[in-house]
Design a protein around this ligand. Sequence first.
Ligand code: HEC
Length: 144
Amino acid sequence: MQKTMRTRTIALCAALSVLAVTGCGRKHAAKTSKNAMTAADSAAAASKLPYAMKEGKRLYNHYCGVCHGESGDGAGQYYGLTPAPANFTDKTFMKSLSDETLYKAINEGSVSVGKSNMCPPWGNSFNPEEIEFIVGYIKTFQGS
Ligand code: HEC
């Protein structure tokens, strides 16, 4: 009982702050996802990103890019995975997943949202806020 309530509260907070995060992340996504950028451009752009986006990006590149690709297209160095890692640049696919589903998939692994067990659960590696940052960040790959 205690535990369920706590989980609910966390989930609710997560949902709310994800909205906040993605709300202010949109503008930046539109700005930064256009064409290929030079390292200097991207460093300059990164310095303008709000903290949540910067953290989301840093964590994503460190933990997820190897499979999902740094540009989110599902083509990381770890290729040949079956099924292929989710392609976050695919608008239709991304629109089909709610923020709660993304959060859950990351927190508890892809198996928790009815997919394969190929995406590990990350709940022990990140705190809830960090998972929200990552959710906000992976949503920017689809453009606006
Ligand atoms: C070892 C490779 C690997 C790593 C590392 C990895 N993933 Fe995945 N991920 C996958 C694969 C493979 C799938 C596709 C699973 C499927 O469709 O059954 C997937 C699917 C997903 C999905 C989609 C779930 C859905 O509902 O379809 C999300 C969201 C996701 N990963 C987020 C992340 C995040 C965020 C990280 C980093 C914290 C991460 N993944 C790290 C391999 C990986």
